[in-house]
Design a protein around this ligand. Structure first.
Ligand code: ASP
Length: 567
């Protein structure tokens, strides 16, 4: 029986087939007390040391127990646990399986290194806090399926051995033994397949999909992650956003008992960047960024002058907090670590300015800064997008979050169609996204806006979606403007352009990162804490040691060979 079932029994009830792990053994006088723990509860066992029960129990032994249930005397009740008013007077214990000495204690709040916890993840998951995280994930899946059923959205699966068509990140590749020298890729998302469902006539689709992206180890990303993936036919961004709001509202309510208000607020990408320096702002922080470029038009401060001459901007944040020199140095280091040349600042106190750059300010600049009032003005100058990154870091660090209990949702839309990422032109979503205005896209793709929308929760990107291209001509054009040659288009996407050519409904969709959603609701520091068996930051699995090398002989079957020694 499960330990929680004891709660329904009466004093003096006979107990048998009670299973669990030994959580703690204490000897007091002639009596031995044992805490027995299973998945959902724990109970105190007691037996006489000199009785027929002659077992040497250690933590995490798995045992079977029989005995009699006893109501504990008032003064002995343990109010901290749910069955604390009972104990089992044991008459038989069978040790089903022993445990080796543990690498860490099975308790909450341990400070064990994460790589050790991951190496023994099966033990880590015995700890209550991890168990609760995984259960919350499971409840999330359940509530997704409930709402999908009630909205009559069909669950359909898509293949995970697919053609390599990298969309942004690099693909994980799987060599084919039957076609030596050829590779499948694991999907970065079910994107093209879900669009094919729309072309096939399925009006809507969802899937709880595993996605794989071989990215450089950026903060809190996993090579393998789980998305709630959706697609609707005859849809546009408004229809998708409305559906997503109902779905998210339902998940929060059913799985987490949190009530949220819909519709969510919406802002444009341009507004988001200029007010918050990011396309995923945390609106629980009220303070915004100010563009001061015009104030410094005639500046004598050399590096600002240069920035403005190079079409850059001056962006500032004012706080009335008192920041010490130590605080300023810490902020300086924080943004330097992200690539900034350093923090600019002016202190304002009772109509007086101080700071290393004050002596270079002209009267107009001084007056402007003084008008901000007591506090400190932090600033950055340079290329707009580059300095936005630093302003976002400063804003999140300097200001405090209001209403921490209320989840803050935000739609960000009207993204530029293309952006330059690490010096390379990329669609800001993916190349299957429809431009807002096809004529503008044709004449001036760099100025074109995409029908792409992101959902942001508490400053974290929760999901993205778009209206898709439904014409083969536009699809080809987008791939061309992206910079693909006719040959590349044919080789990589020819089959998809062909599929678009037989009467394609207008369609649109979305994907929500489930790991991120659960981590954010549970306020976990990392998505690794809500994934049962995650990889480390460097993509390793300390439990199984994956990825591992393969024997040369086995590689031969795939027509593969190690070349590292020959380089
Ligand atoms: N496939 C997209 C992604 O994974 C989501 C979408 O456009 O539906 O980000």
């Amino acid at each position: 029986m499960r330990i929680k079932e004891i709660g329904q029994l009466k004093d003096q009830a006979n107990i048998s087939n009670l299973y669990g792990w030994v959580d703690n053994v204490r000897d007091h006088g002639g009596l031995t007390f044992v805490d027995l723990r299973d998945f959902d509860a724990s109970i105190q066992l007691v037996f006489d040391k000199d009785s027929s029960i002659n077992v040497n129990l250690k933590n995490e032994f798995y045992i079977e127990v029989s005995g009699i249930l006893k109501k504990r005397e008032e003064g002995l009740i343990n109010k901290k646990v749910s069955l604390g008013d009972f104990e089992v007077e044991v008459n038989k214990i069978i040790i089903i399986s022993q445990s080796k000495a543990l690498p860490f204690q099975i308790e909450d709040g341990i400070e064990t290194d994460e790589s050790i916890r991951l190496k023994y993840r099966y033990l880590d998951l015995r700890r209550n806090e991890m168990k609760q995280n995984i259960l919350a994930r499971s409840k999330t899946f359940k509530s997704i399926r409930n709402i999908m059923n009630s909205l009559e959205i069909d669950e359909i699966d898509t293949p995970t051995l697919i053609k390599s068509t990298p969309e942004g990140a690099k693909d994980f590749l799987v060599p084919s033994r039957k076609s030596p020298g050829s590779f499948y890729a694991l999907p970065q998302s079910p994107q093209m397949y879900k669009q094919l469902f729309m072309m096939s006539g399925f009006p809507n689709y969802y899937q709880i999909a595993k996605c794989y992206r071989d990215e450089d180890s950026r903060k809190d990303r996993q090579p393998e992650f789980t998305q709630l993936d959706l697609e609707f036919s005859n849809a546009n961004p408004d229809i998708v956003k409305e559906n997503i709001e109902s779905i998210v509202k339902h998940i929060f309510d059913e799985a987490f008992d949190i009530k949220i208000n819909t519709p969510f607020k919406s802002i444009s990408y341009a507004e988001s960047m200029s007010l918050y320096g990011t396309d995923k702002p945390d609106l629980r922080i009220k303070e915004t960024i100010t563009d001061e470029t015009h104030v410094f038009a005639d500046t004598e401060i050399k590096f600002i002058k240069e920035a403005i001459q190079n079409s850059g901007n001056v962006l500032s944040l004012h706080t009335n907090k008192t920041l010490s020199r130590k605080d300023i140095d810490r902020l300086d280091q924080l943004i330097k670590d992200a690539g900034s040349n350093g923090l600019g600042w002016f202190k304002i106190l009772d109509e007086e300015l101080s700071g290393p750059l004050v002596k270079f300010l002209n009267q107009n600049e001084q007056n402007h800064i003084l008008s901000k009032g007591n506090g400190i003005l932090l600033f950055q100058s340079g290329e707009f997008k580059e300095i936005c990154k630093f302003m976002d870091i400063l804003r999140r660090d300097v200001f405090s979050i209001e209403n921490t209990e209320l989840p803050n949702f935000l739609w960000v839309e009207d993204f530029p169609f293309f952006e330059i990422e690490d010096g390379v032109l990329q669609p800001s979503h993916h190349p299957f996204t429809a431009p807002k205005d096809t004529d503008i896209f044709k004449s001036n793709p760099d100025e074109s806006i995409a029908l792409h929308y992101d959902l942001v929760l508490n400053g974290v990107e929760l999901g993205s979606g778009s209206q898709r291209i439904s014409s083969p001509e536009i699809q080809r054009l987008v791939l061309e403007k992206w910079g693909l040659s006719a040959e590349e288009i044919e080789n990589r996407f020819g089959w998809f352009v062909e599929a678009l050519s037989y009467g394609t409904p207008q369609h649109a969709g979305f994907a929500i990162g489930i790991d991120r959603l659960v981590a954010e609701i549970l306020k976990q520091p990392s998505i690794r804490d809500v994934i049962p068996f995650p990889k480390t930051q460097s993509g390793m699995d300390p439990l199984t040691d994956a990825p591992t090398t393969i024997k040369e002989d086995d590689l031969t079957d795939y027509n593969l060979r190690y070349i590292s020694d020959e380089k």
